[in-house]
Design a protein. Structure first.
Length: 250
């Protein structure tokens, strides 16, 4: 039994690019989430299937690597495939290609299957293995390193969760946390550097109307900048940890 793959094309629209006419990395996060959902729907284990069983997938970790940013008007092909299951964890990989077949980005992700009401992890059953084409004795997993909390706060901003930040699960869409993290970066870094890698660990959910505080520690190494991010709720509890790796434009 072979792991089932899916490929979907995405055109880079004007509202998805920055001042360089290059795709926002947060737009890519949205594309990755879209194709993962699209594959599950096509395989008959999508949103309605999960809801009927009182289940839901919760994203736990991202590790996204950018080799090149596509530009306005360009069409990219995003490929995804489930990599493995272990207990209540699911591992999924993504590859992004340009029209000439060049690999321009890749990502690994870790998800949790949970009871939607109790918010407790649920073991992945044989029906899921079969639907995604994964052998039940498959041992394939993805390792994404732990992210350490910042040791200091160099910049911070406070946000209020908007209605437009909420997804179909009535939680904040996972790409919004990335946006909140990047928003705190000083403009001189944004103007002169580009994100080459972004790691995210989601720890707790937040909801409409909540207040969040985005903090960052900036370690400038000349041609490279490493940023350690912490997003907290209004009570000071950690919601999300991020690391962004920036490289100076040539």
């Amino acid at each position: 039994m072979a792991k089932k793959t899916m490929t979907k094309d995405y055109e880079i629209h004007y509202y998805e690019v920055d001042f360089r006419k290059r795709m926002h990395i947060t737009s890519l996060v949205d594309f990755l989430g879209d194709i993962a959902t699209h594959q599950s729907e096509n395989l008959g284990v999508g949103m309605d299937y999960l809801a009927s069983r009182g289940l839901g997938w919760v994203l736990y970790k991202w590790d996204i690597k950018m080799h090149r940013y596509p530009v306005y008007g360009e069409t990219i092909s995003v490929k995804t495939y489930p990599y493995g299951f272990k207990s209540f964890y699911a591992y999924r990989k993504f590859e992004v290609y340009d029209k000439s077949g060049g690999l321009i980005a890749e990502a690994g992700s870790i998800w949790l299957l949970v009871n939607a009401e109790k918010k407790k992890p649920v073991r992945v059953d044989s029906e899921m293995f079969y639907a995604y084409g994964i052998e039940e004795n498959c041992k394939d997993t993805i390792e994404i390193e732990e992210i350490k909390k910042p040791e200091r706060t160099d910049e911070e901003k406070i946000f209020s969760v908007r209605y437009s930040d909420i997804d179909t699960n009535r939680h904040v869409n996972n790409s919004k946390y990335a946006s909140w993290g990047i928003e705190v970066i000083p403009m001189d870094i944004v103007l002169n550097y580009s994100i080459k890698r972004m790691k995210i660990t989601y720890q707790r959910e937040t909801k409409y109307g909540d207040i969040v505080n985005s903090k960052v520690q900036i370690n400038n190494r000349g041609h490279e900048v490493l940023c350690s991010h912490l997003i907290e709720d209004g009570e000071g509890s950690a919601l999300t940890l991020l690391e962004t790796y920036w490289k100076k434009e040539e």
